[in-house]
Design a protein. Structure first.
Length: 303
């Protein structure tokens, strides 16, 4: 079972431009390290479950977001080959494939023929090596090494910390954007309720709905929030005024607000909690009427 990530792009397509209409992308060393570290973390998870990926190459590494990498094709080779196999050897083959992948994305495949693969993997793992080309060349010699993916992950701990810090920053950014959308959702619900209630066409001749009781108070509040004018009679378009009052309404604040009729002959001083109660009562009436046969004709007779 695989998760579906629409608009994803493989590492092969991202780097070498195999997708029509998309050019090649050049990744710097820091971005390449982010890719490699995420692959190592994924392989560590696979190997800890007693499995091997067996399908690791540039086409099976998928970008599901700008900096988020996932592995595709997991377990395909296991399904295709149901015979007996040595899982330790297959896990070593994953390390070799990782080394080839690193050299591929670095463009240093010639290092294999230049003797770079003679670098012992043990020496790289126990040293502070930040050159990806050295890592790639050393991992290709993993078949004759006793190093496993856990040791590789520990050797890349500083890069993993860098990735973790980046993920924390992304998390903070996402939480900030989510809080904005949460506020937008609250405002959308309030605006929907207010517009469901005020000046319904089928109830325009029913004074019990639109001009008395809860509905009248809501109508005055709507005018106070959205229909203010300045001393010259020009419309006031103050978003801060709207947001502040909607927030107070949603919270049911005990703060008082003065509502004036359009003809300025009457004035009401009420709390936001009173207005919120009126909104909830009127909206409940509408919900009840919507679920009752011919309810729309009698929506104004609930009180």
């Amino acid at each position: 079972v695989y998760d579906y990530h629409p608009l994803s792009i493989s590492l092969q397509d991202k780097l070498f431009g195999q997708v029509p209409g998309r050019g090649t992308t050049v990744l710097d060393d820091q971005e390449l390290w982010q890719v490699v570290v995420q692959i190592v973390i994924a392989l560590r998870k696979i190997h800890s479950a007693g499995l091997a990926h067996r399908y690791l190459h540039a086409q099976s590494v998928v970008f599901t977001a700008k900096d988020r990498v996932r592995l595709d094709g997991c377990a395909i080779a296991h399904i295709d080959d149901l015979g007996m196999f040595n899982i330790q050897q297959l896990q070593k083959q994953d390390l070799i494939s990782l080394g080839r992948l690193i050299l591929t994305i670095k463009g240093n495949m010639l290092n294999i023929n230049a003797g770079g693969h003679d670098v012992p993997l043990e020496a790289v793992v126990h040293g502070d090596v930040r050159d990806l080309s050295v890592w790639g060349a050393a991992l290709i010699g993993a078949a004759s090494s006793t190093v496993n993916i856990d040791q590789v992950a520990r050797a890349m701990s500083s890069q993993i910390i860098d990735l973790s810090e980046g993920l924390e920053n992304n998390y903070d950014g996402l939480c900030t954007e989510l809080s904005k959308e949460l506020e937008n959702g609250r405002f959308a619900r309030l605006l929907c309720k207010l517009n469901f209630i005020t000046e319904r066409p089928e109830c325009e001749r029913d004074t019990k709905w639109s001009e008395t009781g809860d509905r009248y108070l809501i109508k005055l509040f709507r005018d106070y929030v959205f229909h203010q004018v300045n001393e010259r009679g020009a419309p006031v378009l103050d978003a801060a005024h709207v947001i502040t009052n909607l927030n107070k309404l949603d919270a049911g604040s005990l703060e008082r607000v003065m509502l004036t009729s359009r003809d300025e002959h009457s004035c009401l001083i009420v709390t936001y909690r009173d207005i919120k109660r009126c909104v909830e009562n009127a909206y409940t009436e509408l919900v009840t009427a919507a679920n009752t046969p011919y309810g729309a004709k009698h929506a104004g007779h609930g009180n």
